[in-house]
Design a protein around this ligand. Structure first.
Ligand code: AMP
Length: 332
């Protein structure tokens, strides 16, 4: 039986962080043995915010290196750059004919961006969910490992796929957001506000490139309170977030100790943060060092990128043949 197809992407708009790790990369690494995986760097998507393109270029290399440093094996998956697969742009064009202005204007990501960059509300920003649908549908992917922030865009991808299938005949399976746990993940900032993010909230976000001192400083400043006053109390979301981080970085026995302390109203957040900082440094340090070594190895990066583009284009071309046939755009 052929394996299910998985697709996911990360924008090269800044440093990768623990939110990306939890929402995306950790799942990628687990999925690479079980599924037919396509993971890409979404550099076209980044152009909607008009970044400095020199920085964009080095950021693309860094995203590839950081994914490999987290355990992604380019021999097992297709690890590629979006702009190396022009087939995606053709599918985007067809899907744009099935996407309506009203629904695009209503998406949360569009409204947020329109608010934060009022002088640059370009058409690419409006049709971002259409390009994202093309990214997914070009490989006829069914599982999309993403964080909770992507739920709405996934729903739109399903809508476009359904519309295409209805109008031109069954071509696409419907894609769904995926996480190994039943819930999609959102890692909050350490200040208890918003989410960890590549560009905003930087002092409250733990980046995979942070040095040991920075990790410790950020964690020691994380928001806590005076602790629970009742046994087995519900955890406030910023405390839950610290426990979530503890679960990736620390041993099960350590997590249990602090869980028990919390439930017995004996938790000392200063000690917990010290422990978290030590363990997080141990977790991030090897990833940071591996990523730096890969980034310095230009020949390796070039090989990985070429191999990824070839794998992705083979799959993308097969889908485009079906799409053109379904629409009647096959003349030769
Ligand atoms: P982005 O950083 O927006 O390019 O997102 C890349 C991937 O990381 C997507 O799957 C997001 O859902 C996920 N992601 C980004 N930030 C977070 C966060 N704070 N918590 C959980 N997942 C996240």
């Amino acid at each position: 039986m052929s394996k299910e197809v998985v697709l996911s992407g990360i924008r090269p708009t800044g440093l990768l962080h623990l939110g990306n790790y939890f929402g995306a990369m950790r799942n990628y690494v687990r999925m690479q043995d079980e599924y037919d995986c396509y993971f890409f760097v979404a550099n076209w998507h980044s152009l909607t915010t008009h970044p400095d393109t020199k920085e964009l270029q080095s950021s693309v290399y860094r995203v590839i290196a950081e994914n490999m440093a987290c355990g992604l094996d380019p021999n097992k998956v297709a690890l590629y750059i979006q702009s190396d697969v022009p087939e995606i742009a053709e599918l985007y064009l067809y899907l744009n004919m099935l996407a309506y202005k009203g629904e695009l204007e209503k998406t949360t990501s569009f409204k947020d961006k329109a608010r934060s960059q009022p002088d640059n509300i370009n058409a690419g920003l409006l049709t971002y969910p259409v390009l994202q649908a093309a990214d997914i549908l070009i490989h006829r992917a069914v599982k999309v490992p993403v964080g909770k922030d992507q739920e709405q865009n996934l729903e739109m991808a399903r809508n476009f796929a359904e519309r295409f299938n209805y109008r031109y005949g069954d071509t696409f399976p419907l894609p769904y957001a995926f996480n190994y746990n039943s819930e999609l993940v959102k890692i909050m900032g350490l200040d208890g506000n918003g989410k960890m993010s590549k560009s905003e909230n930087q002092m409250s976000t733990l980046y995979l490139a942070d040095d040991d001192d920075t990790i410790r400083k950020k964690i020691m400043k994380a928001k806590t309170d005076s602790g629970p006053t009742e046994t087995n109390a519900a955890k406030p979301d910023y405390i839950e977030n610290l426990f979530t981080l503890l679960k990736i970085a620390s041993d099960a026995a350590v997590v249990k100790k602090f869980e028990d302390d919390f439930n017995n109203c004996q938790v000392r957040y200063g000690d917990m943060k010290k422990q978290l900082a030590d363990d997080m440094i141990r977790f991030i340090q090897p990833i940071r060092e591996r990523a730096a070594a890969i980034q310095a190895d230009k020949a390796l990066l070039a090989k990985v990128i070429k191999q990824g583009a070839e794998k992705a284009r083979t799959s993308a071309d097969a889908t485009l043949q079906l799409v053109r046939k379904a629409i009647g755009m096959n003349y030769m």
